[in-house]
Design a protein around this ligand. Sequence first.
Ligand code: ASP
Length: 311
Amino acid sequence: MHLDHLVTSKQLTRTDIETVLDRAAEIDADPSSVADRYTDTVLGLLFFEPSTRTKMSFDTAMKRLGGDIVDMGSVESSSVKKGETLADTVRVIEGYADALVLRHPQQGSAQMASEFVDVPLVNAGDGAGHHPTQTLLDLYTIRENASLEDLTIGVMGDLKYGRTVHSLAHALTNFDADQHFISPESLQLPREVVYDLHQEQEGAQIREHDSLEEILPELDVLYVTRIQRERFPDENEYQKVAGEYQIGPDHLEAASDDLTIMHPLPRVDEIAPSIDETDHAAYFEQAHNGVPVRMALLDLLLSGDGGDDDE
Ligand code: ASP
């Protein structure tokens, strides 16, 4: 893997992805093998937006590698409240930490911040842009439950504002997956993302649907997402689509017995709780996979195996 910073999944080649997933599998099988590897290492957490899984799993990952974290804390309690710019904040915190993890509401913020620091910076979500480490754990979960070869995946929900969707779709072009996107018209994938996907994968199998029924029987994986209420400029627009794209037990009759259902979480009402008890549900396992996958990524970035190109 040859990266100084991880800002978008577009940076990741198939080999990069396989390197991270293989390393995560090794760590998953024997976490004690890396328990003391980074005893003098500190990871800086800068979360300008709410987070549960991403922040806590990065925190856990660094500690399970033997290291520690420094946490900027909430925006309310930091100097951001006094008007400090993001560029200044990251330049200050890079003096306290060996790598930085940044989540910020502004699309493009991680790219901008990475240009100001020398330590590795990982994008943990930039507005409606990208969320590449979510993608790595998504791919790990797909590989564990289905296969990345000959994959037919349906991605349903908020494809416009859902950064996990944008990152996953780009990464899957490395595997020539058949990708089906299911959403109301108003929440379709941004046209520039569709264009990029076609550029990245010649003859890309990308299809858009407004209903799940027509495609469900063909799917190996259904990746469900939350409508990103906080990104709607107008609450009325959110209300028009809220609750529209849900999956319940009735849907499963038409699905393959092997269908894997994923969700980056948090879920609101997209997946009926009764599905949690079925063999289809992989979303809690998916969230747990965040730890070994982020341990693997940190290991590769901190050991220097992460970088030699100009990304
Ligand atoms: N946790 C994911 C994210 O931060 C998904 C979501 O919030 O809906 O993008």
